[in-house]
Structures are given as structure tokens and as C-alpha cells.
Design a protein around this ligand. Sequence first.
Ligand SMILES: Cc1cc2nc3c(=O)[nH]c(=O)nc-3n(C[C@H](O)[C@H](O)[C@H](O)COP(=O)(O)OP(=O)(O)OC[C@H]3O[C@@H](n4cnc5c(N)ncnc54)[C@H](O)[C@@H]3O)c2cc1C
Length: 470
Amino acid sequence: MATQVLDSIALEQLAGSVKGEVIAPGSDEYERARTVFNAMVDRHPAAIVKCRDPHDVIAVVELARVRAAEVSIRAGGHGVTGSQITEGGVVIDLTEMKRIHIDPEARVARAQAGVTWGELDAASQEHGLAVTGGRVPSTGIAGLTLGAGSGWLERKLGYTCDNLLEADIVTADGRFLRCNREENAELFWALKGGGGNFGVVTQFTYRLHPVGPMIYGGMLVFPPFAGREIAQAYRAFMETAPDEVGGALAFLTAPPAPFVPEEARGKPAVGIIATYAGDAEEGERVLQPLKDLGPAVDMVGPMPYMGAQQLLEPGNPHGNRHYWKADLMDELSDGAIDLICDAGMRMVSPLTVALFQPLGGAVARVPQGATALGRRDARWAYHVLSQWTDPADDERNVEWTRDLATSLEPHSSGGVYITFTSDSGDDRVQDVYRSHYDRLVAIKDRYDPGNMFHLGQNIRPSAEAAARAR
Ligand SMILES: Cc1cc2nc3c(=O)[nH]c(=O)nc-3n(C[C@H](O)[C@H](O)[C@H](O)COP(=O)(O)OP(=O)(O)OC[C@H]3O[C@@H](n4cnc5c(N)ncnc54)[C@H](O)[C@@H]3O)c2cc1C
């Protein structure tokens, strides 16, 4: 798509047609607004529009169309590929659209696209309710839901998008559409996992479920030499674990935190995060076999669901550098365990985490055709979440991450959970959606034939795909 840079006349026109602020280069505010979670993203848009409502979004989309300006959509700002900030175009910034309405009787939440998981969890938990949500509170509900939505509750409640009842969207032609199972049903289907390819979602409506407020869970930390044995025991435990059990097995560097024995700080470690989304007493009984593995640190016990949602927050501060790789696995093989155990002993950054995540349960039970996702049957996923602070270390970290992912290829089965990878190549995107890809292209042709929403992990309209193939 050919794009133009917006001139000052266009910016004035924009400022006159929206309620929110239009931020142009040259101010501290601009510097703040173009900064996102991943500090590797360093782009300079012509304007950032802090949209207040769907009318503002429509105004930006219309101006961008007329001026052939590139647009990007920024909600929580956590996308690791950097798709939320355009170079030279206009950012549709949704961070001020924060309205949340919970209907505790109907067990339904309506939340505008600028809401984060910390905010939605807090509002829902006031009523003892929740939907599967991101594991770090500052993550946006918008990008996460559109990418499927994985969280501690997924084996019990399915992905976040499995609980999506309705979405309001502004499409590339400036129309405002309500999508649900009856209205614009095909577009609604595409939004369940199809990412930011089809328009700007301004509001999400979710089915909520009783969760907590107290659950049973937390983290166990083991010494690194026990990694193989612990991973195998965890795999065996998860084979028969009930759907209420969520969590992951992580290879990490022990932080300098008071709960970590002094001699273990700064050294490789193996952690199990375990949550039980049900009766806390039952959770204690179910998770006991993990505690019996003899961890050096045992922080598993009764805790508020909000506490479980905040467990990973300290390890994920805003403004570090990130490069991620991931894939699904039909099974967790001994070979994959060995590779990650070995890599865990020689991580190039102490902030990096490599983990195995159990799937199955409700994730696998939702019918294959119900959402845009190409696969639901994988039993496990791996994530290599590289994180560091110094730009001088970029190459080393990216190379280490790529090498580990390449070595894991024989143990992976493809169909990656898309928002956990920095990859955005066409082959990778097609592999995510598999037999659903052509249907998604047809929906793209209908709602965004000019590929206005093309940044990031793009489903290309057929005309553009054909032109590229020539
Ligand atoms: C620290 C961290 C923890 C994470 N934990 C989890 C997790 O537990 N589970 C999980 O599933 N994922 C997780 N992710 C991945 C996360 O889901 C994605 O990064 C997601 O894109 C974040 O949403 P956001 O609104 O913050 O994204 P943004 O960075 O604001 O946007 C990313 C992209 O999403 C699309 N998008 C965003 N908002 C809209 C909208 N309103 N309409 C249309 N398209 C839109 C656009 O393509 C946009 O470029 C995590 C990411 C990080 C960095």
C-alpha cells in the first residue's frame, strides 16, 4: 500500500474533527505517546490521535483513507512486533477509552478498547467474576482478545475470545458496526483470533464467570540441576490435572527478591506457576503433588485471584527490550525439555524467561470452526520471552532466541499462538490460521480490501497477495 506523510494542513483538519488531542512531533507528550512496552519499538508517527470515542476513530480512519496515510492502532501498547506505532503515519491511540460496565446479574462485562487487564480484572472481581485474561495487568484487553487471549483460566474457560459476546468496530470505509453471532456474524468470527486486520474495535463485551475472589495458587522455585526431573514430573502431573489447573513451567534467573534464598539469587532456576480456579480447599489437595516435589521456595497457597494476575508483573516492567519466539507442541518431548534446560543454564539476559505452557481442557474442547484459530488440539506451547535493557545487547539476545527456537523446531508442531512471537512473515501467519486462512482473506476482501490495517501479523487481501506473487 502506497502511503503519504501527513502535512500540517491535514493535521489541522484532523484536530478540528476530533474531540481527543492530536499530538504532533516536538513535545514531551509526543515522546511519551510514541513509547510502548517494548523499547525496541522506536518509530516516529506524523500524529498520534488520543481518540475519545468511536466518532474520533471514524474521523481518523476517514482522513487516513483520503490522504493515503498509514494508520496503526494502539491500545495497551504491549504488542511485541511494534505494529501499534506507524513510521510517518497516524496512530489511532485508544488509551483514553476506558469505560467499563459490569452487569453482575447477567455476568457480562462491556469494556472500551483502552482498558487494561488490571482494570477489567479489578472491576469484575468486585463481583467475584472474571474472564480469561492476560497474565500481566498492564496488557491491553484489545490486542490480547483479538489475538485469542491466553491466561491462567484458559483450561477452564477457554481463550478470552471464546468468551467474547460482541464487539463494536470501525471498518476501513469508516462504518461503525456492531458484531455478534447475529449481526455481522462473519466479521465477528474473524475477530476471534484474527488480530487487528479488520478494523478498529472500540468496545468488547465478554461473558464473565464466577472466579475467586480467593483461589489457590502461586509459585514454586527449584534449583536448576533439577530442571529435567521437575519438567518431567510437571508433564506427568498435567496429564491428569483437572481443567481448573492453569500455569506454566519456567526457566529463569532467580531475582534478587526477599523470598529467594540469598545463595540462589542471580542464578538459573526452574519455576512452576500453578493456579487452581475453583474451590480453594480442593485446590490445595489437587496442587499438593507439585508441592511434594520439594521446591527450594514454596509460595503456593490461598491467594486472591487478583494476586495471581499480578504474579508476573514485577518481571515485566515497561520499557525493556523484547524479542519473542514461540510455537505449539503436540506433546512435551524429553528432547524439548533437554534443550530448554540447557539453554536455561546459559541465558544471555537474566530477565529472559523460557517456558512450557500446558494447553488442553476448554481450549481444546471449543469446536475447531468456532473461531479464526487454525488449531486447538496442541497439548503444550513453548515461549522464549527474551528481555534485556541495553541496546548494545540486541544482537546477542535476538541471536540466542532464534537459535533456541531453531533447535526446538523438530519438537514443535506449528500453528503458533500469534501474539507470543515477534515473527510476522506471511508463512507464519498462514500457519496460524491454516484451513481458516482463505475464509479470513475473504472477510479481509470485504471489509479492508485496500489493506489499511496491515501492520504486524497481516492477513493480506487477495488483490495484494496476488500482486506480490507476480
Ligand atoms: C508483558 C506481556 C505479557 C503478555 N501476556 C499475555 C498473556 O498472558 N496472554 C496473551 O494472550 N497474550 C499476552 N501477551 C501478548 C499480548 O496479547 C499482545 O501483545 C497484545 O497485542 C497486547 O494487546 P495491547 O492492546 O496491549 O496491544 P497494542 O500493542 O496496543 O496493539 C497491538 C496490535 O493489536 C491490534 N489491536 C490492538 N487494539 C486493537 C483494536 N482496538 N482494534 C483492532 N486492532 C487492535 C493492532 O494490530 C495493534 O497493532 C503479553 C504481552 C506482553 C508484552
